[in-house]
Design a protein around this ligand. Structure first.
Ligand code: DP6
Length: 361
């Protein structure tokens, strides 16, 4: 596949039904092997793999009708209010897609979006929001071009389009686990789309991810700026090699249900992501003191109680606690007693591996 894979001739004469509405609910995902470093329009410099989450999701409705000649062709509302910052990002995203979806230039859109997770939770919403928009656009295309695709082709295209909005978003269109980026021995893996990953032991099917909100502060470096720092990071090549190896280790751990290997790999990935940011120029320390305190408590609890919990981190201070469903009651007690006091406002988002996006209309 290449970046022009879905570009089509702009024959818009065959379109009909230029009015309608679609809604999709699309989840966030948490990377186990991280995407950090990209080229061109979100082509990753190493492969990544993520759990698709269940409760942290974005619901997006896109209403469309024939565009009048006015310039105002997009209204974007977030949680019922017009929002210009993300609205601008959505506008340039749509403008960038006219080779793939020529109908965009013929339509006027009203987009309403809301997240299931609080605004100040520090959870990155670009994966869920960009994948929800991509899914709506693919649904619109089916109707106005009167060409229904099979589910696999539909999700492939949604993944491709979501990636153009935000890299990690391309993994959100699949249930449970998704791999994005060319990976050794995974025949269908591709830098342009994510693919579903189904070769895993049952223990991961309902794995938990409880997100401990150490701080809800806005991130001090955007992901896009963070990826850019990798271009001059002295450890970049070694890092990409490490990620490729870690993906191989993790695939074995997923297949065999090897939790020790899972924990070692996932934690190394999280800490490497932060180490890379610390040794970039300019340098960023995105962990807070309580992030480190939580990591120590998690590791200590694991050793003391022989409960296989692990942590991972996004590009921010909040801790994702990962554990198998069978330990739910003791881990929830541990979180309440030992991690809750480290949060800013007792905020914890309880999530789990989920079934992927749902079409609502
Ligand atoms: C640390 O997908 O948010 O969460 O492609 O620039 O939109 P852009 O970046 P984004 O980066 C996510 C980085 C990460 C790791 C990951 O999800 O793999």
């Amino acid at each position: 596949m290449n970046n022009d894979h879905y570009n089509i001739d702009k024959d818009t004469n065959s379109y009909n039904n230029l009015e309608g509405q679609f809604s999709w609910r699309s989840p966030s995902n948490i990377a186990l092997v991280k995407y950090w470093g990209k080229k061109a329009v979100q082509l990753p410099l190493n492969p990544s793999i993520s759990f698709t989450l269940n409760h942290a999701h974005t619901t997006t409705s896109v209403s469309y009708q024939k565009r009048p000649s006015s310039n105002d062709w997009l209204t974007f509302r977030f949680e019922g209010k017009e929002e210009t910052f993300f609205g601008k990002r959505v506008q340039s995203f749509l403008e960038s897609l006219t080779d793939i979806f020529p109908f965009i230039e013929l339509l006027q859109f009203e987009i309403d979006s809301e997240n299931s997770f609080p605004h100040s939770s520090g959870i990155a919403s670009s994966a869920s929001s960009m994948s929800a928009i991509a899914l709506c656009l693919c649904s619109i295309e089916e109707v106005i071009s009167n060409q229904k695709q099979n589910k696999e082709e539909f999700l492939k295209k949604a993944s491709f389009v979501a990636r153009l909005g935000s890299g990690s978003a391309c993994r959100s269109v699949y249930p449970s686990l998704a791999i994005w980026g060319n990976a050794k021995d995974i025949t269908l893996s591709d830098d342009h789309i994510a693919i579903p990953h189904q070769d895993y032991a049952p223990i991961y099917q309902d794995y938990h991810d409880d997100i401990i909100i150490i701080s809800g502060e806005k991130k001090s470096v955007s992901s896009t700026a963070g990826h850019k720092l990798m271009d001059s990071n002295p450890f970049a090549d070694t890092r990409y090699e490490q990620a490729r190896n870690n993906l191989q280790h993790l695939l074995v751990a997923l297949k065999n249900g090897d939790l020790d290997k899972f924990i070692d790999t996932v934690e190394e990935e999280a800490l490497t992501l932060h180490a890379l940011m610390m040794c970039s120029r300019p340098s960023y320390t995105l962990m807070k003191p309580n992030t480190l305190a939580a990591i120590e408590r998690i590791r200590d609890y694991r050793l003391r109680k022989h409960v296989p919990i692990a942590f991972t981190l996004d590009a921010g201070p909040n801790i994702h606690v990962l554990y198998p469903h069978q330990y739910v009651s003791e881990v929830k007690d541990f979180i309440k007693e030992e991690l809750m006091p480290l949060t800013e406002s007792n905020q914890i988002i309880e999530d789990q591996v989920g079934p992927g996006p749902i079409k609502l209309s």
